[in-house]
Design a protein around this ligand. Structure first.
Ligand code: F2R
Ligand code: MG
Ligand code: MG
Ligand code: MG
Length: 348
Protein backbone atom coordinates (compact mmCIF):
# COMPACT_ATOMS: atom_id res chain seq x y z
CA UNK A 1 0.00 0.00 0.00
CA UNK A 2 1.58 3.20 -1.26
CA UNK A 3 -0.22 5.57 1.10
CA UNK A 4 0.76 3.49 4.09
CA UNK A 5 4.44 3.50 3.12
CA UNK A 6 4.36 7.24 2.55
CA UNK A 7 2.78 7.74 5.97
CA UNK A 8 5.44 5.52 7.53
CA UNK A 9 8.22 7.64 5.95
CA UNK A 10 6.68 10.74 7.51
CA UNK A 11 6.10 8.90 10.78
CA UNK A 12 9.70 7.80 11.10
CA UNK A 13 11.33 11.14 10.28
CA UNK A 14 8.83 12.97 12.48
CA UNK A 15 9.43 10.42 15.20
CA UNK A 16 13.09 11.21 15.01
CA UNK A 17 12.39 14.98 15.11
CA UNK A 18 9.94 14.82 18.01
CA UNK A 19 12.22 12.62 20.12
CA UNK A 20 15.06 15.07 19.55
CA UNK A 21 13.07 18.28 20.14
CA UNK A 22 11.11 17.02 23.14
CA UNK A 23 13.99 15.07 24.67
CA UNK A 24 16.71 17.69 24.42
CA UNK A 25 15.63 19.83 27.43
CA UNK A 26 16.39 16.78 29.60
CA UNK A 27 19.71 15.74 28.02
CA UNK A 28 22.23 14.80 30.69
CA UNK A 29 19.64 14.66 33.49
CA UNK A 30 19.12 11.98 36.09
CA UNK A 31 15.33 11.62 36.21
CA UNK A 32 13.82 11.27 39.69
CA UNK A 33 10.29 9.90 40.29
CA UNK A 34 9.15 13.51 40.77
CA UNK A 35 10.57 14.49 37.41
CA UNK A 36 8.74 11.63 35.71
CA UNK A 37 5.55 13.34 36.82
CA UNK A 38 6.83 16.64 35.42
CA UNK A 39 7.51 14.87 32.11
CA UNK A 40 3.99 13.40 32.13
CA UNK A 41 2.52 16.90 32.55
CA UNK A 42 4.90 18.32 29.94
CA UNK A 43 3.62 15.76 27.41
CA UNK A 44 -0.03 16.29 28.44
CA UNK A 45 0.41 19.98 27.75
CA UNK A 46 2.02 19.38 24.37
CA UNK A 47 -1.23 17.76 23.20
CA UNK A 48 -3.13 21.02 23.77
CA UNK A 49 -4.38 22.62 20.51
CA UNK A 50 -2.83 25.94 19.47
CA UNK A 51 -0.34 26.02 22.29
CA UNK A 52 1.43 29.38 22.36
CA UNK A 53 5.06 30.05 23.18
CA UNK A 54 8.37 29.31 21.49
CA UNK A 55 8.89 26.13 19.48
CA UNK A 56 10.97 23.27 20.84
CA UNK A 57 14.28 23.41 19.01
CA UNK A 58 15.95 20.48 17.32
CA UNK A 59 19.60 19.63 17.88
CA UNK A 60 22.49 17.96 16.02
CA UNK A 61 20.47 14.74 15.77
CA UNK A 62 17.96 16.30 13.37
CA UNK A 63 20.50 18.66 11.78
CA UNK A 64 22.51 15.65 10.57
CA UNK A 65 19.54 13.36 9.86
CA UNK A 66 18.09 15.86 7.39
CA UNK A 67 21.42 16.00 5.55
CA UNK A 68 21.48 12.21 5.23
CA UNK A 69 17.98 12.40 3.75
CA UNK A 70 19.03 15.18 1.36
CA UNK A 71 21.98 13.13 0.09
CA UNK A 72 19.69 10.20 -0.72
CA UNK A 73 17.24 12.56 -2.45
CA UNK A 74 19.93 14.40 -4.42
CA UNK A 75 22.12 11.47 -5.43
CA UNK A 76 20.57 8.14 -6.41
CA UNK A 77 24.09 6.71 -6.70
CA UNK A 78 24.99 7.32 -3.07
CA UNK A 79 27.67 9.99 -3.02
CA UNK A 80 29.48 10.01 0.32
CA UNK A 81 31.57 13.04 -0.53
CA UNK A 82 28.36 14.94 -1.12
CA UNK A 83 27.09 13.71 2.26
CA UNK A 84 30.30 14.82 3.98
CA UNK A 85 29.99 18.24 2.35
CA UNK A 86 26.39 18.61 3.48
CA UNK A 87 27.34 17.68 7.07
CA UNK A 88 30.12 20.27 7.08
CA UNK A 89 27.98 22.96 5.47
CA UNK A 90 25.20 22.35 7.99
CA UNK A 91 27.61 22.40 10.93
CA UNK A 92 29.30 25.66 9.96
CA UNK A 93 26.01 27.40 9.21
CA UNK A 94 24.55 26.41 12.62
CA UNK A 95 27.34 25.26 14.92
CA UNK A 96 25.35 25.66 18.14
CA UNK A 97 23.05 22.70 17.77
CA UNK A 98 24.69 20.73 20.58
CA UNK A 99 27.11 18.58 18.56
CA UNK A 100 29.34 15.98 20.19
CA UNK A 101 32.57 17.40 21.53
CA UNK A 102 34.93 15.54 19.25
CA UNK A 103 33.00 15.21 16.00
CA UNK A 104 33.55 18.92 15.44
CA UNK A 105 37.21 18.11 14.84
CA UNK A 106 36.17 15.88 11.93
CA UNK A 107 34.20 18.73 10.37
CA UNK A 108 37.16 21.09 10.73
CA UNK A 109 39.58 18.63 9.14
CA UNK A 110 37.21 17.79 6.29
CA UNK A 111 36.91 21.46 5.43
CA UNK A 112 40.61 22.16 5.81
CA UNK A 113 41.64 19.20 3.59
CA UNK A 114 38.96 20.10 1.02
CA UNK A 115 37.35 16.65 1.39
CA UNK A 116 40.40 14.98 -0.14
CA UNK A 117 39.91 11.73 1.79
CA UNK A 118 36.50 11.89 3.45
CA UNK A 119 37.20 8.91 5.73
CA UNK A 120 40.60 9.99 7.05
CA UNK A 121 39.57 12.58 9.68
CA UNK A 122 37.14 10.15 11.33
CA UNK A 123 39.77 7.39 11.40
CA UNK A 124 42.12 9.71 13.28
CA UNK A 125 39.68 10.37 16.12
CA UNK A 126 40.61 9.14 19.61
CA UNK A 127 44.19 8.20 18.68
CA UNK A 128 43.05 6.13 15.76
CA UNK A 129 40.38 4.09 17.55
CA UNK A 130 37.54 6.15 16.05
CA UNK A 131 34.43 7.49 17.75
CA UNK A 132 31.94 5.12 19.36
CA UNK A 133 29.47 7.96 19.96
CA UNK A 134 25.84 7.56 18.86
CA UNK A 135 26.20 10.28 16.20
CA UNK A 136 25.99 7.70 13.40
CA UNK A 137 22.92 6.00 14.85
CA UNK A 138 20.96 9.18 15.63
CA UNK A 139 20.88 10.23 11.94
CA UNK A 140 20.40 6.84 10.21
CA UNK A 141 16.58 6.59 9.83
CA UNK A 142 16.50 7.93 6.24
CA UNK A 143 18.77 5.07 5.13
CA UNK A 144 16.36 2.46 6.53
CA UNK A 145 13.45 4.14 4.73
CA UNK A 146 15.17 4.71 1.40
CA UNK A 147 16.37 1.08 1.24
CA UNK A 148 13.06 -0.35 2.45
CA UNK A 149 13.23 -3.02 -0.26
CA UNK A 150 16.98 -3.62 -0.42
CA UNK A 151 18.34 -4.92 2.87
CA UNK A 152 21.92 -5.61 1.75
CA UNK A 153 22.34 -2.17 0.20
CA UNK A 154 20.90 -0.66 3.37
CA UNK A 155 23.51 -2.34 5.59
CA UNK A 156 26.28 -1.21 3.29
CA UNK A 157 25.11 2.42 3.13
CA UNK A 158 24.48 2.49 6.90
CA UNK A 159 28.12 1.53 7.47
CA UNK A 160 29.67 3.85 4.92
CA UNK A 161 27.62 6.90 5.85
CA UNK A 162 28.46 6.37 9.52
CA UNK A 163 32.18 6.06 8.81
CA UNK A 164 32.35 9.67 7.63
CA UNK A 165 32.37 10.58 11.34
CA UNK A 166 32.49 7.32 13.33
CA UNK A 167 34.87 4.42 12.61
CA UNK A 168 34.99 2.53 15.90
CA UNK A 169 33.15 -0.77 15.32
CA UNK A 170 30.87 0.03 18.28
CA UNK A 171 29.87 3.30 16.63
CA UNK A 172 29.34 1.68 13.23
CA UNK A 173 27.48 -1.40 14.45
CA UNK A 174 25.32 0.74 16.72
CA UNK A 175 24.22 2.74 13.68
CA UNK A 176 23.63 -0.48 11.73
CA UNK A 177 21.51 -1.89 14.58
CA UNK A 178 19.44 1.30 14.74
CA UNK A 179 18.99 1.12 10.96
CA UNK A 180 17.87 -2.52 11.10
CA UNK A 181 15.43 -1.72 13.91
CA UNK A 182 13.79 1.10 11.92
CA UNK A 183 13.70 -1.13 8.82
CA UNK A 184 12.03 -3.93 10.78
CA UNK A 185 9.47 -1.54 12.30
CA UNK A 186 8.78 -0.14 8.83
CA UNK A 187 7.96 -3.56 7.40
CA UNK A 188 5.58 -4.37 10.25
CA UNK A 189 1.86 -3.84 9.52
CA UNK A 190 0.56 -1.25 12.02
CA UNK A 191 -2.73 -3.13 12.25
CA UNK A 192 -0.89 -6.14 13.65
CA UNK A 193 0.62 -6.04 17.13
CA UNK A 194 4.38 -6.42 17.52
CA UNK A 195 5.50 -9.22 19.81
CA UNK A 196 8.52 -7.76 21.63
CA UNK A 197 10.33 -11.07 21.98
CA UNK A 198 9.95 -11.88 18.29
CA UNK A 199 11.03 -8.37 17.32
CA UNK A 200 14.17 -8.64 19.50
CA UNK A 201 14.99 -12.17 18.38
CA UNK A 202 14.85 -11.09 14.75
CA UNK A 203 17.11 -8.11 15.50
CA UNK A 204 19.52 -10.36 17.39
CA UNK A 205 19.79 -12.74 14.46
CA UNK A 206 20.53 -9.90 12.04
CA UNK A 207 23.06 -8.02 14.18
CA UNK A 208 24.86 -11.28 14.91
CA UNK A 209 25.54 -11.63 11.19
CA UNK A 210 26.86 -8.05 11.00
CA UNK A 211 29.07 -8.41 14.07
CA UNK A 212 30.51 -11.72 12.94
CA UNK A 213 31.33 -10.45 9.46
CA UNK A 214 33.12 -7.38 10.72
CA UNK A 215 35.51 -8.47 13.39
CA UNK A 216 37.82 -5.54 13.83
CA UNK A 217 40.65 -7.71 15.13
CA UNK A 218 41.13 -5.49 18.17
CA UNK A 219 41.00 -8.58 20.35
CA UNK A 220 37.95 -7.48 22.29
CA UNK A 221 36.87 -10.06 24.83
CA UNK A 222 33.29 -9.55 23.83
CA UNK A 223 33.17 -10.10 20.11
CA UNK A 224 29.43 -9.63 19.68
CA UNK A 225 28.59 -6.83 22.11
CA UNK A 226 25.31 -5.79 20.51
CA UNK A 227 24.04 -9.35 20.35
CA UNK A 228 24.72 -9.59 24.09
CA UNK A 229 22.99 -6.27 24.77
CA UNK A 230 19.88 -7.42 22.92
CA UNK A 231 19.75 -10.47 25.18
CA UNK A 232 19.68 -8.03 28.09
CA UNK A 233 16.87 -6.10 26.42
CA UNK A 234 14.86 -9.33 26.30
CA UNK A 235 15.74 -10.10 29.90
CA UNK A 236 14.60 -6.67 31.14
CA UNK A 237 11.39 -6.87 29.12
CA UNK A 238 10.54 -10.04 31.03
CA UNK A 239 10.60 -8.16 34.34
CA UNK A 240 7.63 -6.10 35.53
CA UNK A 241 8.21 -2.40 34.90
CA UNK A 242 8.77 -0.29 38.03
CA UNK A 243 10.87 2.70 39.10
CA UNK A 244 13.85 0.68 40.36
CA UNK A 245 13.92 -1.32 37.16
CA UNK A 246 14.20 1.92 35.18
CA UNK A 247 17.31 2.78 37.20
CA UNK A 248 18.77 -0.65 36.54
CA UNK A 249 18.03 -0.30 32.84
CA UNK A 250 19.71 3.12 32.73
CA UNK A 251 22.77 1.63 34.44
CA UNK A 252 23.01 -1.69 32.65
CA UNK A 253 21.60 -1.09 29.17
CA UNK A 254 22.97 2.43 29.45
CA UNK A 255 21.80 5.96 28.65
CA UNK A 256 25.01 7.67 27.56
CA UNK A 257 26.17 9.19 24.28
CA UNK A 258 28.01 5.96 23.45
CA UNK A 259 26.14 4.03 20.75
CA UNK A 260 26.59 0.85 22.76
CA UNK A 261 24.88 2.47 25.76
CA UNK A 262 21.97 4.05 23.89
CA UNK A 263 20.83 2.17 20.76
CA UNK A 264 19.76 -0.96 22.70
CA UNK A 265 18.06 1.35 25.23
CA UNK A 266 16.08 2.98 22.43
CA UNK A 267 14.97 -0.46 21.24
CA UNK A 268 14.04 -1.35 24.82
CA UNK A 269 11.98 1.85 25.15
CA UNK A 270 9.98 1.07 22.02
CA UNK A 271 9.42 -2.54 23.09
CA UNK A 272 8.41 -1.54 26.63
CA UNK A 273 5.93 0.94 25.18
CA UNK A 274 4.53 -1.85 22.99
CA UNK A 275 4.09 -4.01 26.11
CA UNK A 276 2.15 -1.08 27.57
CA UNK A 277 2.96 -1.78 31.21
CA UNK A 278 4.78 1.40 32.25
CA UNK A 279 3.40 2.80 35.53
CA UNK A 280 5.00 6.26 35.15
CA UNK A 281 3.77 6.95 31.62
CA UNK A 282 0.06 7.53 31.24
CA UNK A 283 -1.19 7.65 27.64
CA UNK A 284 -3.03 5.40 25.18
CA UNK A 285 -0.85 6.62 22.34
CA UNK A 286 1.97 4.16 21.55
CA UNK A 287 4.07 6.75 19.76
CA UNK A 288 3.92 9.18 22.66
CA UNK A 289 4.49 6.38 25.17
CA UNK A 290 7.67 5.39 23.35
CA UNK A 291 9.36 8.78 23.38
CA UNK A 292 8.03 9.80 26.78
CA UNK A 293 9.34 6.60 28.35
CA UNK A 294 12.71 6.94 26.58
CA UNK A 295 13.06 10.41 28.11
CA UNK A 296 12.25 9.18 31.62
CA UNK A 297 15.31 6.92 31.44
CA UNK A 298 17.47 10.06 31.54
CA UNK A 299 20.97 10.61 30.17
CA UNK A 300 21.15 11.14 26.41
CA UNK A 301 17.41 11.81 26.26
CA UNK A 302 17.24 13.65 22.92
CA UNK A 303 19.09 10.92 21.10
CA UNK A 304 17.51 7.90 22.77
CA UNK A 305 14.02 9.39 22.23
CA UNK A 306 14.97 10.32 18.65
CA UNK A 307 16.04 6.74 17.86
CA UNK A 308 13.05 5.15 19.65
CA UNK A 309 10.74 7.65 17.96
CA UNK A 310 12.12 6.75 14.52
CA UNK A 311 11.20 3.11 15.18
CA UNK A 312 7.72 3.83 16.57
CA UNK A 313 6.95 6.27 13.75
CA UNK A 314 8.12 3.78 11.11
CA UNK A 315 5.80 1.14 12.56
CA UNK A 316 2.72 3.31 13.14
CA UNK A 317 2.89 5.99 10.45
CA UNK A 318 2.20 9.70 10.66
CA UNK A 319 -1.41 9.36 11.87
CA UNK A 320 -0.23 8.03 15.23
CA UNK A 321 1.64 11.25 16.01
CA UNK A 322 -0.37 13.96 17.76
CA UNK A 323 -0.48 16.97 15.40
CA UNK A 324 -0.49 19.51 18.22
CA UNK A 325 2.61 17.96 19.67
CA UNK A 326 4.34 17.77 16.28
CA UNK A 327 3.58 21.41 15.52
CA UNK A 328 5.43 22.41 18.67
CA UNK A 329 8.66 21.21 17.10
CA UNK A 330 10.95 23.40 15.06
CA UNK A 331 11.23 22.13 11.49
CA UNK A 332 7.95 20.15 11.48
CA UNK A 333 6.91 21.24 7.96
CA UNK A 334 10.47 20.91 6.66
CA UNK A 335 10.69 17.30 7.89
CA UNK A 336 7.30 16.37 6.36
CA UNK A 337 8.46 17.81 3.05
CA UNK A 338 11.76 15.94 3.30
CA UNK A 339 9.96 12.66 4.09
CA UNK A 340 7.78 13.08 0.99
CA UNK A 341 10.78 13.77 -1.23
CA UNK A 342 12.64 10.80 0.25
CA UNK A 343 9.58 8.64 -0.43
CA UNK A 344 9.39 9.84 -4.04
CA UNK A 345 13.10 9.09 -4.51
CA UNK A 346 12.80 5.66 -2.86
CA UNK A 347 9.89 4.37 -4.98
CA UNK A 348 11.23 5.69 -8.28
N1 F2R B 1 26.88 16.49 22.65
C1 F2R B 1 25.79 16.13 23.07
N2 F2R B 1 25.44 16.26 24.38
C2 F2R B 1 26.27 16.67 25.45
C3 F2R B 1 26.42 18.19 25.60
C4 F2R B 1 25.17 19.00 25.38
C5 F2R B 1 24.28 19.14 26.58
N3 F2R B 1 23.14 19.97 26.24
C6 F2R B 1 24.93 19.68 27.82
O1 F2R B 1 26.04 20.20 27.82
O2 F2R B 1 24.27 19.59 28.86
N4 F2R B 1 24.84 15.57 22.29
C7 F2R B 1 25.03 15.19 20.97
O3 F2R B 1 26.19 14.36 20.94
C8 F2R B 1 25.82 12.97 20.79
C9 F2R B 1 26.39 12.49 19.49
O4 F2R B 1 27.78 12.64 19.53
P1 F2R B 1 28.71 12.16 18.34
O5 F2R B 1 28.23 12.74 17.07
O6 F2R B 1 28.82 10.69 18.38
O7 F2R B 1 30.07 12.89 18.74
P2 F2R B 1 31.54 12.40 19.17
O8 F2R B 1 32.23 13.63 19.59
O9 F2R B 1 32.17 11.60 18.09
O10 F2R B 1 31.31 11.44 20.42
C10 F2R B 1 30.65 11.91 21.57
C11 F2R B 1 31.50 11.63 22.81
O11 F2R B 1 31.64 10.25 23.06
C12 F2R B 1 32.89 9.99 23.69
N5 F2R B 1 33.67 9.04 22.83
C13 F2R B 1 33.35 8.64 21.59
N6 F2R B 1 34.27 7.78 21.11
C14 F2R B 1 35.21 7.64 22.05
C15 F2R B 1 36.41 6.89 22.14
N7 F2R B 1 36.84 6.08 21.14
N8 F2R B 1 37.14 6.98 23.27
C16 F2R B 1 36.71 7.77 24.29
N9 F2R B 1 35.57 8.52 24.28
C17 F2R B 1 34.82 8.44 23.17
C18 F2R B 1 33.60 11.33 23.82
O12 F2R B 1 33.33 11.88 25.08
C19 F2R B 1 32.92 12.16 22.74
O13 F2R B 1 33.00 13.55 22.96
C20 F2R B 1 24.33 12.94 20.84
O14 F2R B 1 23.90 12.70 22.16
C21 F2R B 1 23.92 14.32 20.42
O15 F2R B 1 22.66 14.67 20.93
MG1 MG C 1 21.47 16.27 20.17
MG1 MG D 1 32.30 -10.13 16.07
MG1 MG E 1 21.99 13.49 22.54
Amino acid sequence: DKNLLKSKFRGSLLGSLLGDCLGSPFEGDVITPGEKLVIQKYFDKLETPDLKGPKRCYTDDTAMMKEVAKTLIDKPEIDYKHMAKLFVKEYFSEPHRGYGQNVVEVFNKLRKTKFEDIYKPAKEQFNGSGSFGNGGAMRIAPVALYFHDNYDAMINVAKQSTEITHTNSLGVHGAVLQCIAVHQALSHDPKTAITPKDFCDELTKKIKVVESENDDGLGLHDQNPYEDKLNFVNYFLGIKCHEELDEEVAQNLGNSIAAYDSVPTAIYSFMRAVQNDIPTVNTDNLFRRTIQYAITLGGDTDTIACMAGAMAGAYLGEEAIDKNMAKQCEGYEMIVDLADKLYAAAVK
